[in-house]
Write a protein that binds this ligand. Structure first.
Ligand SMILES: Cc1ncc(COP(=O)(O)O)c(C=O)c1O
Length: 383
């Protein structure tokens, strides 16, 4: 049904069962034309391209993202090459000479986790990580910690990268409202995968995501949704922030009122072209996030059915991390007993042309739009 949209990637990788879509989703064919369009625009406009990019392409991408996420004002969205850049920019809003209490989870992606670990070497920074598991009690425990710790910064993922579990980000952001100075939701595994309506979240939430995964536009195009009327003044600030009207320029450094408040500086915008091409393709095909999600859920069901028939000693329901399959991310995670066993199984799967990925002792199987119909998992027998 959707495979024809991916004909080039599929043709380039014949015979491969690709289950790492949650890591690097194949790019739809339209992204190739988008790359060429960027090249042509660069040739035609040279230095004038920046005016065109900021007046046409950036607003186009902002509108498409805003529509998929229920963002009222597309100008609240700002772009950067990585989420790590935004993580640093957000952290730079806090005065390093002042005490800082951070509340997060034990399952944040390395871009935040490594950075906050380094920040926490400063004795003034106190970071508390709430374990995501047992997931049945996660929300209550996280909410209780917000009340008890009264953190200035609350940071959590919508979909956890090491399990695919989906938290109720609306509920947690509401719990932090009025207590935390800054709440950040890492939506990287949620954007274009799990239906998300930011208009129902607390209005002060920052939302981070990127195009590398389910938006299928490849690397280099991350974005941050900045709350309306944000007054934060990131210390780590780039000159692109000067591209908008500055609210209170008083001889010091002024900041724009909207998303550009969190802007960096010169970046390659070809990934933006790819993202626009994919989001427009989805729009033209009526492929809403809800429809994409429904397709993936169907494929996950078919996969688990095929797996049950194999009766694999490791890849089975007992080792599957799942809470509610109807509210799960786009990959399934099996928890094995050691990193060595996981890496060895991943390697043997790879030899059979079954591509997965792993995070420590967790093996992840991701599902994409180019998966169609029942799976043949017979290659797993005896592995
Ligand atoms: C939850 C999450 N956040 C962010 C990222 C990407 O981070 P960065 O753009 O800093 O490489 C990933 C990548 O896999 C991720 O899983």
């Amino acid at each position: 049904m959707y495979q024809e949209l991916y004909s080039r990637f599929l043709a380039a990788r014949p015979g491969i069962q690709h289950f790492a879509c949650h890591s690097h989703h194949y790019w739809p064919d339209v992204t190739r034309e988008a790359m060429l369009e960027y090249w042509d625009d660069s040739a035609k406009k040279v230095d004038d391209k920046w005016g065109y990019l900021f007046s046409e392409k950036v607003p186009q991408a902002q509108r498409l993202i805003a529509k998929n996420l229920g963002v009222d004002d597309p100008e609240r969205i700002v772009f950067a090459p990585s989420t790590h850049e935004f993580v640093c920019r957000l952290l730079s809003c806090f005065d390093p000479s002042e005490p800082l209490k951070v509340l997060t989870t034990d399952s944040e992606f390395y871009s935040f986790d490594r950075q906050i670990n380094r920040f926490s070497e400063n004795p003034k920074v106190q970071t508390t990580k709430i374990p995501v598991e047992p997931f049945e009690t996660f929300h209550e425990r996280f909410e209780a910690a917000i009340k008890e710790i009264q953190p200035q910064l609350v940071f959590f993922s919508h979909v956890f990268f090491n399990s695919g579990l989906v938290c109720d980000a609306r509920r947690l952001s509401a719990a932090a409202a009025g207590l935390a100075r800054m709440t950040v939701v890492d939506g990287y595994h949620g954007f274009m995968a799990v239906p998300t309506d930011l208009s129902t979240f607390d209005s002060k939430v920052f939302y981070l995501a990127g195009s590398y995964k389910y938006a299928q536009g490849g690397e280099g195009c991350c974005f941050l949704v900045v709350p309306s009327d944000c007054q934060e003044r990131p210390l780590y600030t780039g000159w692109f922030a000067e591209l908008a009207d500055l609210d209170r320029y008083s001889g010091g450094v002024g900041y724009p009122r909207k998303g550009l408040r969190f802007a960096g500086s010169t970046m390659d915008l070809s990934p933006l072209y790819r993202l626009i091409a994919v989001l427009e393709l989805f729009q033209s095909k009526g492929l809403s996030v809800e429809r994409i999600h429904a397709h993936i859920q169907k494929q996950q069901g078919l996969f688990l059915k095929a797996l049950a028939e194999i009766q694999h000693p490791l890849l089975n329901e007992k080792n599957l991390i799942v809470n509610d399959l109807s509210k799960h991310g786009h990959f399934l995670t099996f928890r094995l007993s050691s990193v060595e066993i996981t890496e060895s199984l991943q390697g043997r799967l790879h030899q059979k042309n079954i591509h997965t990925d792993s995070r420590r002792e967790r093996l992840r199987f991701g599902f994409g739009l180019y998966h169609e119909g029942p799976y043949d998992l017979s290659a797993l027998k005896g592995l």
